[in-house]
Write a protein that binds this ligand. Structure first.
Ligand code: SF4
Length: 176
């Protein structure tokens, strides 16, 4: 991966330090810098919590907020869900909603536990590959960047400086 990112791709476009690479398209996983010297093949990516998927590779620098990245990809999956089965149709909406709460500072640690349970349910019970893999961005960012989630929830602090925190819980803010 290092060879593709740095020798072929020229590193991050901003010149800021590399933070993670997301492989496999929107339902792939984010692989951190410590695994840069890893071969890119089906089995290895799967072990790291990602997929080969569409073959896409997105490089992120240290200004990327990982819960925000997970929210971005979940929004795509939510829109792409065809709605045929309940776990994916409702699960993507609820996973996205929880990520919105985390990134606006209105989530609790209990929400994080529920998010992990929801990821497992959607992965295990959805009918097709979209539902089976759409929790990957959440799983992988929780696996490698869990401290960022906890910082958002416990301290209302976004280590990357991306998220804006609201004082009000989401339900009040949404009601205007
Ligand atoms: S898992 Fe597949 S079949 Fe089920 S709603 Fe999602 S896209 Fe449709």
């Amino acid at each position: 991966m290092r060879e593709i990112v740095f020798d072929i791709g020229g590193g991050t476009s901003s010149g800021h330090p590399f933070k993670a690479a997301q492989t496999g398209g929107p339902s792939g996983g984010c692989i951190p810098a410590e695994y840069l010297d890893t071969p890119i093949d089906y089995e290895t990516l799967q072990k790291l919590g990602s997929i080969m998927g569409s073959g896409g590779l997105i490089v992120m620098d240290d200004r990327s907020c990982m819960p925000d990245v997970a929210k971005f990809f979940m929004e795509f999956c939510m829109d792409e869900s065809c709605g045929k089965c309940g776990p994916c149709r409702g699960g993507t909406v609820q996973m996205h909603r929880m990520l919105v709460k985390i990134t606006n500072g209105s989530a609790t640690m209990e929400d994080l536990t529920k998010l992990e349970e929801l990821c497992l349910m959607v992965k295990e019970t959805s009918l097709c590959g979209l539902g089976n893999t759409c929790p990957n961005p959440i799983y992988s960012t929780l696996r490698y960047f869990r401290d960022e989630y906890e910082s958002h929830i416990r301290d209302h602090h976004c280590p990357a400086g991306v998220c804006q925190f609201t004082e009000k819980p989401l339900r009040i803010a949404a009601a205007g």
